[in-house]
Design a protein around this ligand. Structure first.
Ligand code: PGA
Length: 250
């Protein structure tokens, strides 16, 4: 039985003070109710430390939205895995479609980051997903499969990898993939993992769905056999909504 995982990706939202306040509200509303699943929150870099202190002692995990693939040096604007680990992050989101779309991330740079996260002793959430054009042309299976293969190139053990399927056309648009559409792609991803790593690894790997998940659709999505939780954007900015989604997963 795979343990579901729900992560709130706060993207470029909230000051440090606002982030600590939201984290505190999440912890208070969750109480001790989420031991059946994993819950994490991913604030901006400046807020990681404050949020880490706020959630200390709770079951909520600290997650980073990205990282660089070098240890340190002249990489203006970047943050290393060592820094994220030192501040208490247990997961790092890698290859989010907004990184791919606006910041030139490719499967090759995603792969470098994934390896760096694992080498640092953290876990990685590898994001994959097709655009609207790719969905409409029927190319989504090939696109998602090649993102999985490319992102995991040279990764021998995937026990510290979570995959997030996030159709780009469903992110922040209010347009959720139906639970059947999401399940279809989750199954494709699991089959791809079986091909690359064998049946046991495929059975164990957790695949989150992301894209306009809300309290009203979470339970239906999470009930699908290959959907193991969610990566939540907009709805994670309201403690009440995020906690309702976590509880749907538990
Ligand atoms: P959304 O974002 O829930 O606002 O659609 C999801 C994501 O980008 O992770």
């Amino acid at each position: 039985m795979r343990r579901k995982i729900v992560v709130g990706n706060w993207k470029m939202n909230k000051t440090v003070a606002e982030s600590a306040e939201l984290a505190s509200a999440v912890v208070a509303a969750l109480g001790n109710d989420c031991s059946a699943c994993e819950a994490g929150i991913a604030p901006t870099y400046p807020a990681l430390d404050a949020v880490g202190c706020t959630i200390k002692g709770s079951e909520v995990l600290l997650v980073a939205q990205n990282c660089h693939y070098e240890d340190d040096g002249a990489y203006t604007g970047e943050v290393s895995t060592g820094m994220l680990k030192a501040v208490g992050c247990s997961y790092v989101i890698i290859g989010h479609s907004e990184r791919r779309q606006y910041f030139g991330e490719t499967d090759a740079t995603v792969n470098l980051r994934i390896k760096k996260v694992l080498a640092a002793g953290m876990k990685a959430i590898l994001c994959v997903g097709e655009t609207l054009d790719e969905r409409e042309s029927g190319a989504f299976e090939a696109v998602v499969s090649s993102q999985v293969t490319g992102g995991l190139q040279g990764v021998v053990d995937i026990s510290d990898i979570v995959i997030a399927y996030e159709p780009v056309w469903a992110i922040g648009t209010g347009r959720t993939a139906s639970s059947e559409q999401a399940q279809e792609v989750h199954k494709i991803i699991r089959n791809k993992v079986a091909e690359l790593y064998g049946a046991a690894a495929a059975e164990a790997v957790r695949i989150q769905y992301g894209g306009s998940v809300k309290p009203s659709n979470a339970a239906e999505l999470f009930a699908m056999p290959d959907i193991d939780g969610g990566l939540i954007g907009g709805a994670a900015l309201k403690a009440e909504d995020f906690v309702a989604i976590v509880k749907a997963a538990c």
